[in-house]
Design a protein around this ligand. Structure first.
Ligand SMILES: Nc1nc2c(c(=O)[nH]1)N[C@H]1C(S)=C(S)[C@@H](COP(=O)(O)OP(=O)(O)OC[C@H]3O[C@@H](n4cnc5c(=O)[nH]c(N)nc54)[C@H](O)[C@@H]3O)O[C@H]1N2
Ligand SMILES: Nc1nc2c(c(=O)[nH]1)N[C@H]1C(S)=C(S)[C@@H](COP(=O)(O)OP(=O)(O)OC[C@H]3O[C@@H](n4cnc5c(=O)[nH]c(N)nc54)[C@H](O)[C@@H]3O)O[C@H]1N2
Ligand SMILES: [Mo]
Length: 777
């Protein structure tokens, strides 16, 4: 083979690809042959990895460098940068870590560092950063996720674990074989199943659906947008007002009750608290029976349709699938609790093809058989600092040190953060109410970010350390929920002066006298081998052979035999609820939770309830901001990653994120297809490109996430965002005191035609970088 033309296999969150090299440069990307339904997102690597938006050298915000004392000066996000040599930059970071830790203790360092980073077990940025910070005395951490924080809190109270949310879903083969009806709240959008954190061998959703079609499984998609429906099967679309699923489920439960169709034997044997929720459904205390007519007023779904579907659910083996987006909203805990309640009343939990599950297309893995063991990961050590926040409370924490708040029955206090350290995430992508966050971001004394690219997170830091992408380092990927192991060989040399997170942190640990504690006395290569050997041992313990490391590395990938093929959520519990009691206080499914009732939160009585969202089409605010904004995941990228790449750029309209709007709503505003529009509410405003459709509920608009945050004037608070980042519009409001999750999907906005020439998008120009003597380079 011509040495200057070669293909190297690598793993990404959106699939496994061969990287084609010509003369040492990335010339093309081809999907791995074993993948039956590869994602086009991988094409974005071409032109980006060695593109002009890479951070080339360690860069420091000029005003931070020139500050006197410890107070922040200048404005993060607006000031130019100065480039330093690595040694000088690392000296600065080490000195700051030492100073802040001595003056304020390590709890003053926020190292939650939420984000998806890249595939690759060893160079996983958060694991590296957490291990480093633990080795130097710890940090304030964050718990739970932006993905399903409300679900993570509520499900353990109800079923004792997160099974059916993060894993152990009933597998698709059983649904195809014995399921007759699949009702999907929030749909089953194929675009989201393109990704899986940690890597993917085979994209599996499409073939699962094809199998279900062969067996004539009926699909019903209850969602404001038709595009949320599954691919390759016929489905019935039933739009509803966002945020009203709980009401619809309550009404279905009411139909079951009034028709005497609830499965009393199941409810008695496997659940506690049915009488309490029953009384609520019938309206015995509050005087409101949760009838189909009642739910129709709220959701906009016709009462007969609700009744007919409830009857069909009772008459057929029925699977309730609820996506993750639904709980990323005000009181997002409630639809999950009510979905379990409805499934319990149908009595099919634990039966093949029936029951309930969460996030069936929210990633690739759900509904595939689990590996019988967990793949190993880099040990992070122990964090001596006890302080933590629920992940989405970051702005609250920065603005309110010392303030206390409720979280899942506990009382927590926000620590006083002096330093923020981020590697592998983009808060300017993921957090809500960015205008509020930008102001909170001015508070800490020092912000350090490791980034390959000039994202908004990098531009709002004081010290930016340039890191490699996966293509510039050796690593290993154990694809989650998948049986593919990929030896990710280094493809190209480091771009600019980029270094690996591990090497950067090892040199910092060295400066702080902790090199060996951090590295464990191992090189990166030794760690990769160690992780592989660990995996091999675990596989062997489950009867699967993996080749020795050198042989594996030579072949670069290996598919481990799948010993588990199918499973059904809670089937063991169903078979023997005493022997396999759930880890809930009662050992049963808790339709009423004494524990939650005992928290004493006003309005949360201990069973699922319909609570009016603080923002929805039924709120008074809708007279001023009459459109409900949903911000789903982008089809053309993973979050903000490779927004600068070709796949994402090609999907933009006049350079901005597409906003899907109903034809009627657009016409009423004089908006035509392709127009640049302004989307706004009291929290902020952004520009977007209009896409007119008939396939969305009038009154609802969709603006996917992922646009690199791009304020027109970064000196000005709340300045117009030019690029279409929905998080300048979303509320920074907890789902509830239970979950404290993000509630981005409870957002009202107005949309108007943007008159005149829209300001150009600026974020794809690198920031201003000055040489040290003060001249623009
Ligand atoms: N409005 C709204 N907001 C949302 C959501 C929503 O539905 N609506 N969804 C939320 C959800 S579910 C999530 S998970 C979050 C996602 O939010 P994030 O996970 O924070 O988003 P990413 O864009 O994946 O950020 C990862 C960053 O890591 C960088 N990176 C990649 N590899 C490496 C590496 O090896 N080292 C280092 N140091 N950096 C690296 C990438 O360049 C990128 O900037 O967004 C949340 N935000
Ligand atoms: N291509 C791609 N795939 C991804 C990601 C990505 O960035 N890009 N991100 C991944 C991550 S980190 C996560 S957590 C998952 C998220 O997976 P999800 O949270 O399941 O997906 P979303 O795209 O946020 O929302 C899916 C749909 O839910 C509908 N919806 C919103 N609110 C409501 C409601 O109140 N009721 C009903 N019935 N429907 C509603 C919206 O119409 C939306 O299109 O996706 C993963 N998959
Ligand atoms: Mo997520």
């Amino acid at each position: 083979m011509n040495k200057s033309h070669r293909t190297v296999l690598t793993s990404t969150h959106w699939g496994t690809y061969g990287i084609q090299l010509e003369g040492g440069r990335i010339a093309g990307v081809e999907p791995w042959q074993g993948d039956p339904d590869p994602s086009p997102i991988g094409q974005s690597l071409v032109g980006s990895v060695d593109g002009r938006l890479r951070v080339a050298r360690p860069s420091v915000r000029r005003e931070w460098l020139e500050r006197t004392g410890t107070r922040a000066c200048g404005r993060r996000g607006a000031d130019p940068f100065v480039e330093l040599e690595w040694d000088e930059a690392l000296d600065l970071v080490a000195a700051e870590l030492r100073r802040i830790s001595l003056a304020h203790g390590n709890s003053a360092i926020f190292g939650g560092s939420y984000g998806w980073a890249s595939a690759g077990r060893f160079h996983h940025a958060q694991s590296q950063l957490h291990r480093f910070l633990n080795s130097i005395g710890g940090y304030t951490a964050s718990v739970h996720s932006y993905s399903y924080a409300a679900g993570q809190v509520i499900l353990p109270h109800i079923i004792g674990s997160m099974d059916g949310l993060t894993g152990h879903h009933s597998t698709w083969d059983g649904i195809a074989a014995e399921g007759r009806l699949v009702v999907c709240f929030g749909g089953l959008p194929h675009r989201n199943a393109q990704v899986q954190s940690g890597g993917i061998g085979k994209h599996a959703l499409r073939s699962a659906l094809q199998e279900a079609r062969k067996r004539n499984v009926r699909f019903v998609c209850i969602s404001p947008a038709r595009d949320d429906g599954p691919v390759d099967v016929d489905f019935e679309w039933q739009p509803l007002r966002p945020g009203t699923d709980t009401a619809v489920m309550l009404a279905m439960a009411h139909v079951l009750l009034t028709e005497g169709l609830e499965d009393r034997a199941f409810l008695e044997r496997y659940c506690v608290g049915f009488e309490r929720i029953k009384s609520y459904i019938l309206g015995e205390k509050d005087g409101t029976a949760k009838t189909a007519e009642w739910a129709a007023e709220i959701s906009g779904i016709a009462p007969d349709w609700i009744r007919d579907l409830a009857l069909a659910m009772a008459a057929n083996r029925t699977m309730l699938m609820v996506n993750w987006a639904i709980q990323r909203a005000d009181d997002g805990e409630q639809p999950y609790w009510m979905a379990v309640t409805l499934a319990a009343m149908l009595g099919q939990i634990g039966l093949t093809g029936g029951g309930v599950g969460f996030g069936y297309s929210s990633t690739n893995g759900a509904g595939r058989a689990e590996m019988p063991f967990k793949w190993p990961s880099l040990p992070q050590g122990q964090n001596p600092v006890a302080d933590f926040i629920p992940v989405a409370r970051i702005t609250d924490m920065l603005l309110n040190p010392g303030q206390s708040f409720n979280f899942d029955g506990r009382r927590l206090t926000y620590p006083d953060i002096r330093m923020v350290y981020w590697a592998g995430g983009n808060p300017f992508h993921h957090h809500q109410d960015l205008n509020r966050m930008v102001e909170a971001w001015q508070r800490p004394e020092t912000i350090i970010v490791h980034e390959p690219y000039w994202t908004a997170a990098a531009r709002h830091a004081d010290i930016v350390l340039p890191v490699t992408t996966t293509l510039e380092r050796d690593d290993i990927a154990f694809s989650n929920r998948d049986n593919l192991v990929v030896g990710m060989r280094k493809v190209i040399e480091s771009v600019g002066k980029a270094r690996n997170d591990f090497d950067i942190l090892a040199d910092l640990a060295d400066r702080l006298g902790k090199r060996d504690v951090f590295t464990g006395g191992k090189t990166a290569w030794e760690w990769i081998e160690t992780l592989y050997e660990e995996a091999r041992e675990r596989a062997a313990a489950h009867g699967s052979d993996m080749p020795a490391f050198p042989e594996f590395w030579e072949h670069a990938h290996f598919e481990i035999e799948r010993t588990v093929q199918s499973s059904t959520l809670l089937s063991n519990f169903r078979n023997d609820p005493d022997k396999n009691a759930l880890p809930t206080p009662s050992g049963r499914i808790e339709l009423f939770s004494e524990r939650i009732a005992g928290f004493g939160y006003e309005g949360y009585p201990g069973h699922p309830v319909w609570r009016e969202p603080r923002e929805w089409l039924g709120s008074p605010l809708a007279s001023e901001f009459p459109l409900h904004l949903l911000s789903p995941q982008p089809a053309d990228k993973l979050h903000s990653q490779y927004d600068q790449g070709s796949v994402s750029r090609a999907a933009k309209i006049s350079g901005r994120t597409p906003l899907t709007i109903h034809r009627r709503d657009a016409e009423a505003r004089g908006i035509r297809d392709g127009d640049v529009v302004k989307v706004f509410n009291r929290r902020g405003a952004c520009l977007a490109g209009a896409v007119l459709t008939d396939n969305i509920l009038p009154g609802v608009v969709q603006l996917p996430t992922g646009a690199w945050y791009d304020p027109e004037d970064p000196q000005v608070s709340g300045s117009l965002e030019r690029h279409g980042n929905p998080n300048v519009l979303t509320p920074d409001r907890a789902t509830s005191p239970l979950g404290q999750g993000p509630s981005c999907n409870s957002t009202l906005v107005q949309v108007a035609l943007f008159e005149g020439a829209p300001p150009p998008v600026g974020i794809f120009e690198p920031p201003v970088i000055l040489p040290r003597d003060g001249e623009v380079r």
